[in-house]
Design a binder for this molecule. Structure first.
Ligand SMILES: [Zn+2]
Length: 140
């Protein structure tokens, strides 16, 4: 993402993270929408697998969700409480000797999305909905 002044790559990663966390909810909403099709979601997954136009596919999904009456589209799911909270906190790069040093967190196994998960007691590590693998452990 270095040399991406427009921030497109970061926005794509954040949108992917919202999908990653809320995949089943989004699929259900698509299937119960007026179109009744989860095609936009399948299109996104296909784009991810094929290393294709992920940003474009995200736009299609976003537009489909908006068309069904949710003005926020994808971002409406972030507000549901699982998306944004799971994103990598800004400025956590570890250059300061703050309290984050040496802590363990879990990140997207494919480094695709900005999803971020803090170990939560006995809760089992969540799986990335996009790659299907468990989130990868990372020391901060
Ligand atoms: Zn992911």
């Amino acid at each position: 993402m270095v040399g991406d002044p427009s921030g497109t790559a970061r926005r794509t990663a954040e949108q992917l993270a919202i999908v990653c966390v809320n995949m089943e909810l989004i699929r259900r909403d698509l299937l119960t929408s007026s179109d009744g099709s989860d095609g936009p979601l399948e299109g996104l997954l296909a784009a991810v697998q094929a290393d294709g136009q992920i940003a474009d596919a995200l736009e299609v999904l976003h537009a489909a969700l908006r068309a069904d009456g949710d003005a926020l589209g994808l971002y409406g799911y972030a507000d549901a409480g699982t998306g944004v909270r799971s994103l990598r906190p800004a400025g956590i790069s570890g250059t300061s000797s703050g309290s984050y040093g040496g802590e363990t967190a879990y990140v997207c196994p494919a480094d695709r999305c900005a999803r971020y998960w803090w170990p939560d007691g006995p809760a089992s590590v969540p799986h990335c909905a996009i790659s299907g693998a468990a989130l990868r452990r990372e020391r901060l």
